[in-house]
Design a protein around this ligand. Structure first.
Ligand code: NAP
Length: 332
């Protein structure tokens, strides 16, 4: 077992930013980075940005930057300030008493404070074409789960949005700023989206709804870009082709909170509940980035909350000084 002042779990923009700030504040943070990942289900170090392509809206990169490269830069910056890396996935946490425990299989780490920055994962339909490009799929080459990130690349093109919730409506309306036509593909003819957002999409002349359909195939992995979709009608089983240049999957996100489910308060959708921006229900445990933010989900907002969590952790540890921890306050 090793003991630390601060452990950061997760290594996207929130985790790396927290690590940079904490290291510069002399907290010698240990980061458990998520390991090598296993495709889109388990993303590994760097998180969701490692499966995007160009990031054009992260301030400071005038000409844009590739998502994986941005994560590499943040990582090098953290390492330069002495952040200790455990290149693996946290498998268990114990938040019942301080110093809190974090395990990577049999290895045990303890810390007075924790920052949880394990992010969220977009839900995917489960088609082989959604796999990242390097696995022979089209992920990142015309298939996206973020219109704000990738809509710009489809200027004047026709695209499809899959889903029938608020995210699908919001993404479709946003995409009409760039695209000539946006198809909303939904598996039912009833919508989970709120009335106001559904009506906004229905009123938009660039949006066309296709209901009772499932995407069966995405063309064309050989061409390394999206050229169209095969849609199956769920009611009569017939299929049709739809020519589009992009597919935006908007069927929800899943916060990566399985480790914390019974130890931190979560909202109904599984996101960590926070107050004062980054404080969880447990004293000295902070949460930053997409694991607690279902509203903005941007690299820059995640980085901002990582910074807040590190500053809060530093203030808390500074106030405690080197005194031994006695008990864990329930209110903070
Ligand atoms: P959601 O409400 O859970 O909707 C997911 C949609 O995707 C549903 O229509 C669902 O179809 C469909 N779906 C799920 N799995 C699918 C699959 N395998 N294949 C095809 N379709 C599938 O998720 P969300 O839209 O991301 O919203 C999540 C939460 O965030 C909601 O509470 C929402 O109100 C909120 N939100 C709010 C705003 C806003 O207020 N500005 C914006 C975005 C999101 P079924 O209906 O058939 O299950």
């Amino acid at each position: 077992m090793t003991e630390h002042k601060l452990i950061i779990i997760g290594s996207g923009p929130a985790g790396y930013t927290a690590a940079i700030y904490a290291a510069r504040a002399n907290l010698q943070p240990l980061m458990i980075d998520g390991g090598v990942g296993r495709g889109q289900e388990l993303l590994g170090a760097g998180g969701q940005l490692t499966i995007t392509t160009e990031v054009e809206n992260y301030p400071g990169f005038e000409h844009g930057i590739q998502g994986p490269e941005l994560m590499q830069i943040m990582r090098r910056q953290a390492v330069r300030f002495g952040v200790e890396m455990v290149e693996d996935l946290a498998t268990k946490v114990d938040l019942s008493s301080r110093p809190y425990g974090v395990w990577v299989d049999e290895r045990e780490f303890r810390a007075k404070a924790l920052i949880v920055a394990t992010g969220a994962s977009a839900k995917w339909i489960g088609l082989p074409e959604e796999a990242p490009v390097w696995e022979g799929g089209l992920g990142g080459a015309g298939i996206s789960a973020c219109a704000t990130c990738d809509g710009f690349f489809f200027k004047g093109k026709e695209v499809a949005v899959v889903g029938g919730g608020d995210t699908a409506m919001e993404e479709a309306v946003y995409l009409t700023n760039h695209c000539s036509r946006v198809y909303i593909l939904h598996r039912r003819d009833q919508f989970r989206a709120s009335k106001i957002m559904l009506e906004r999409a229905q009123r938009n002349p660039k949006i066309e709804f296709i209901t009772n359909v499932a995407v069966e195939r995405v063309h064309d992995p050989e061409a390394k870009r999206v050229t169209g979709l095969t849609l199956r009608n769920i009611i009569d089983g017939t299929t049709r082709e739809l020519a589009v240049s992009g597919m935006f999957v908007a069927i929800g996100h899943k916060p990566n909170t399985d480790l914390f489910g019974d130890q931190l308060e979560l909202n109904d959708n599984g996101y960590i509940k926070t107050k004062h921006n980054v404080r969880t229900s447990k004293y000295a445990v902070f949460a930053a980035g997409d694991v607690q933010d279902f509203e903005y989900r941007q690299a820059v907002t995640a980085a901002g909350s990582g910074c807040m969590a590190a500053i809060e952790a530093e203030r808390l540890l500074e106030a405690e000084g080197d005194t031994d921890i006695v008990g864990t306050p329930t209110e903070w």
